[in-house]
Design a protein around this ligand. Structure first.
Ligand SMILES: C[S@@+](CC[C@H](N)C(=O)[O-])C[C@H]1O[C@@H](n2cnc3c(N)ncnc32)[C@H](O)[C@@H]1O
Length: 213
């Protein structure tokens, strides 16, 4: 978190509904078994994803970057009765972990986990989505955004995580800092994109919210 101090974050967590038991177990298991557990959404981000998904009440969701499944579970909670979330993860070693928790949550029929590179998988998808969450490698963020736009229903939403990139968006990035460069470029692209209405929510590491007009 860039702008808020730890006490404010703890206070916000205290006054946000608690994650259910299985999500808490998933978060603990991620902490001690998975590489780079910081990549996982936390309590506040998870609550936000659940509430925004519930507000949109989508029939179809696409997530780019499953990791251990925390955000996919949070997003799935807002799906319509027969809705489906497609979530894409490039690392096959995470398939067992995420699938185990989709079963524990009894949402295995609502989730389709695709193992592979999102850049190859998305163009082959013959589905339009109501909500798309982009949370994978930052270097490809511009490409994910353009792909997402082609797979979004009119009026649908794209959420993009980490668009403040720990405050580095305020700096002039070094030549070899491709991630900061890409994120800054993406924020500019979206700001100048008259296909969408957008805002950055300074939650955690920054979430860009776009609605396709
Ligand atoms: C930040 S983590 C996702 C965290 C997860 N959404 C959550 O909130 O708990 C990013 C994930 O994207 C995956 N990833 C990276 N490049 C990818 C690609 N080209 N296609 C699909 N997944 C990719 C990584 O392996 C990693 O598990």
């Amino acid at each position: 978190m860039v702008f808020l101090n730890e006490d404010i974050i703890e206070y916000s967590k205290k006054f946000s509904s608690n994650p259910d038991k299985i999500l808490t177990e998933l978060a603990r298991e991620t902490q001690y078994k998975a590489l780079m557990p910081r990549m996982m959404s936390d309590h506040l981000m998870g609550s936000f994803l659940t509430l925004i998904s519930t507000m949109i009440n989508p029939k179809t969701i696409l997530e780019i970057g499953t990791y251990t499944g925390y955000s996919a579970i949070c997003l799935s909670k807002g799906l319509k009765e027969n809705g489906k979330i497609h979530t894409i993860e490039i690392n096959p070693e995470l398939e067992y972990f995420a699938s185990k928790y989709f079963k524990k949550m009894q949402i295995q029929n609502k989730v389709k986990l695709h193992i592979g590179n999102a850049l190859n998988i998305i163009p082959k998808m013959d589905i339009l989505f109501d909500l798309i969450f982009i949370d994978a490698d930052k270097k490809n963020y511009n490409r994910y955004y353009e792909l997402a736009i082609t797979k979004l229903n009119k009026g649908g939403f794209i959420l993009i995580d980490n668009v403040l990139w720990n405050g580095k968006v305020l700096t002039d990035p070094k030549k070899n800092d491709l991630e900061t460069q890409t994120i800054k470029k993406l924020n500019e692209t979206i700001m100048n994109d008259d296909r969408v209405n957008n805002m950055i929510l300074p939650l955690r590491d920054g979430v860009m919210i776009c609605q396709l007009l």
